[in-house]
Design a protein around this ligand. Structure first.
Ligand code: OOG
Ligand code: NI
Length: 447
């Protein structure tokens, strides 16, 4: 998918080389960071893609994708309602969930389902629905391989290669629209996203997102490399202890596509949908930490709402930094305040005979005595306000329509065919498992 996308969107290739360069510089300048990453990550894959995004039109498409991703060990985690932010979709992210699986495949697919129910124009809504219901976004071979994998509990090596090739077809770009010019513009005027989902043969991948070790540096360097970044980085400000997720993108490109005119002839037009993004991840927050994050973000946006043209970017960055002074920026402060999730581990060379039975049974005492250490658990999911910012800046700067906020997780899960995994419960269970493992280690000497 990465090489397909690089060929289709050359600016994305430029972004990838910029990310690789900045990552190499960042690692070169910090042996400490290199050492830390060496322990937990595969350094030669550090600049690879961490996520991509697609938008689908029907429940049937969504539930088939769920089956496709399950074959690759990726499951829906989290529910994101974007309607409140003026984007008529709701979404989840398909991703591996266990630590071991994330190490092999740290790639997620942010998947949005169009909500035609939010479109006011009934005639247009019905027309769009009819088009979506008639299309088939999977090849026949893909469908039979999906069925085979489900029946046999997996695929052999040859079929797996074929499966990847066939599924790739679903994510490919189609430069010939399947609607005529008139309908395209009617969809486009209702909302650009509706035109993007309905007008084409399939849910083209609309961006890929490599991981950067210094998002501020890449954001600053983009213009000099001929790519135009969105006005501000989404998410928390620059911090000593990174939290959640920071992301930014280059603006979607205007691409040539053809539409049929009323005479059935192809005519030239354009469509804007595809872009490139980068991300930098920090610690997963507890519900308490997340509530504080949401509150501080809202507070900074009351002071300055980032304008799409970047005219108040500096004021926004300052307001954001100011508001986040209230969020502890020290790992132990974050931990004792119950704001973030940590993975606890036994300090290898700690002399066991220095512990009393009571000390050995208490995790806080073990930490205080240096027998147990803790590392932040990385946030593997997404943020609705940030996602809305990414959507908006790539749908054109004038595209902030209003929809009534209408989260509808139950309906989404019905359409998906399974419930989504609750991200907080998931991080909590990772943390708890690590504490249990530490206590088990000290059990022989504990009370
Ligand atoms: C998805 C936008 C959300 C992110 O990184 O938050 C997203 C889309 O544009 O389809 O990818
Ligand atoms: Ni993204």
């Amino acid at each position: 998918m990465s090489s397909m996308y690089r060929t289709e969107v050359p600016a994305y290739g430029t972004l990838l080389s910029l990310v690789a360069k900045v990552n190499a510089q960042t690692l070169g300048a910090s042996p400490e960071l290199r050492h830390r990453l060496e322990k937990t990550d595969t350094l030669d894959r550090i600049s690879e893609e961490r996520h991509g995004a697609i938008r689908v039109g029907t429940a049937a498409e969504l539930s088939m994708l769920r089956r496709v991703f399950a074959i690759m060990g990726m499951y829906p985690v989290g529910y994101y309602d974007l309607s409140e932010a003026g984007v008529p979709v709701h979404s989840t992210a398909f991703r591996p969930s266990s630590d071991a699986a994330l190490k092999i495949n740290p790639f997620r697919v942010f998947t949005s389902l169009l909500r035609l129910d939010l479109v006011a124009d009934r005639e247009l809504r019905d027309e769009a629905r009819k088009i979506l219901e008639a299309r088939q976004i999977f090849t026949d071979e893909a469908i039979s391989l999906i069925e085979k994998a489900e029946a046999d509990g997996g695929l052999n090596v040859d079929d797996a290669a074929l499966f990847v090739q066939e599924i790739l077809e679903t994510f490919r770009w189609h430069d010939h629209a399947c609607v005529n010019t008139d309908l395209y513009y009617r969809l486009h005027d209702a909302h650009r996203l509706i035109a993007d989902v309905v007008s084409f043969k399939g849910p083209h991948i609309n961006h890929l997102t490599p991981r950067t070790l210094n998002i501020d540096a890449v954001q600053d360097l983009m213009p000099a490399h001929g790519i135009s970044p969105k006005a501000v980085i989404e998410g928390p400000p620059t911090r000593a202890c990174p939290i959640l997720l920071r992301q930014t993108s280059f603006k979607a490109l205007e691409e040539n596509v053809s539409f049929r005119n009323t005479l059935g002839q192809w005519e030239a037009g354009s469509h804007t949908a595809r872009f490139g993004e980068i991300e930098q991840r920090g610690i997963a927050l507890t519900p308490k930490g997340r509530a504080l994050y949401d509150q501080l973000l809202a507070r900074s946006r009351e002071v300055v709402r980032p304008a799409a043209d970047g005219s108040n970017a500096e004021a926004y960055i300052a307001a954001l930094a100011g508001a986040f002074n209230a969020f502890p920026d020290d790992w132990d402060d974050i931990r004792v305040n119950g704001l973030g999730y940590f993975r606890y581990s036994v300090v290898e060379c700690f002399p066991l005979n220095t512990l009393s039975p009571r000390e050995a049974a208490n995790i806080e005492t073990l930490i205080a005595m240096g027998a147990v250490q803790f590392d932040p658990i990385v946030y593997e999911d997404f943020l609705p306000v940030s996602a809305a910012g990414i959507f908006q800046s790539n749908l054109g700067d004038d595209a902030s329509e209003k929809f009534a906020a209408s989260p509808s997780q139950r309906e989404f899960e019905d359409q998906l065919g399974v419930p989504v995994l609750d991200e907080f419960a998931h991080y909590e269970s990772l943390e708890k498992a690590s504490i249990d493992a530490c206590l088990r280690h000290f059990k022989p000497i504990a009370l």
